[in-house]
Ligand binder design. Structure first.
Ligand SMILES: [Zn+2]
Length: 255
């Protein structure tokens, strides 16, 4: 599978009707046992907990409006409905719907929401942080993104306490459906076999993305999955779905 080579200087691929996708997500979530937990009047989060759940996992997508595969992967995962029975799940499918209408990374006010988590300016990030604070601690967080510049799938691992890594489990599952970016340097950071493990310096960054709020406040282990948006959309959606499912399986192996 080769790059499409249409994404030069930015994402030029297809967009999505985010309101329709979010409507389908709400419908599918409601039909498969998820509870609605509103973030704002306009934005929903979801919860699916089970008595005696062994682990807490948070999954989010849709913070950058030029990355359509994330919300589509959330819909696909809900439709497949193959969640592990003994894991408690929280799900945020989209934090930037108007960015999707505009096909911009930023929201309608020009703010990159994924740099706003330390001292939030955007009301949606303030609301999202409050929503996260009201949830229990997570054992694992998975954040779904896309990168129009990359030669394949890759991920960022934030694992400051050296918990057992599941990065290789994720990458080897994704490799079945999507090329992996094997570059030794991705986005200016050292990478190996599609895995970027940023050093401790990253934790001191001032412009916190969602993942840094999570590792500082909610979780010891966070993965940001980056699908390559210069590949067909169906491939990117599959990459994110297989990555999430492999992570859940690695965290809570069936007994
Ligand atoms: Zn992104």
């Amino acid at each position: 599978m080769r790059r499409l080579l249409i994404n030069i200087g930015g994402y030029k691929g297809e967009g999505i009707d985010i309101d329709k996708v979010l409507h389908d997500i709400a419908k599918t979530a409601g039909a498969t046992g998820w509870k609605t937990l509103p973030i704002t009047d306009a934005l929903q989060g979801y919860e699916r907990t089970t008595e005696g759940g062994k682990a807490n996992v948070y999954i989010s997508a849709g913070i950058h409006g030029d990355e359509p595969a994330g919300p589509l992967a959330v819909l696909e995962l809900l439709q497949e409905n193959t969640w592990p029975a003994d894991v408690n799940l929280w799900l945020v499918p989209c934090l930037n719907p108007r960015g999707y209408d505009l096909k911009t990374r930023e929201n309608e006010d020009g703010i990159d929401l994924n740099r706003d988590y330390r001292t939030p300016v955007a009301p949606v990030v303030q609301a999202h942080r409050a929503w996260l604070d009201a949830r229990p601690k997570f054992d694992l967080t998975l954040i779904l993104h896309e990168d129009w510049e990359s030669n394949g799938f890759y991920l960022y691992e934030l694992n400051p306490h050296q918990r057992p890594s599941i990065a290789k489990d994720i990458v080897s599952a994704v490799k079945e459906v999507c090329p992996i970016d094997l570059s030794p340097v991705i986005e200016g950071r050292d990478a190996k076999d599609g895995i970027i493990s940023p050093n401790a310096e990253v934790l001191k960054r001032k412009d916190w993305p969602e993942s840094l709020y999570l590792v500082h406040n909610k979780t010891p282990l966070s993965y940001t999955l980056e699908a390559p948006s210069d590949f067909p959309l169906v491939t990117r959606v599959q990459a994110l779905c297989r990555g999430v499912q492999a992570a859940l399986k690695a965290l809570a192996p069936a007994t």
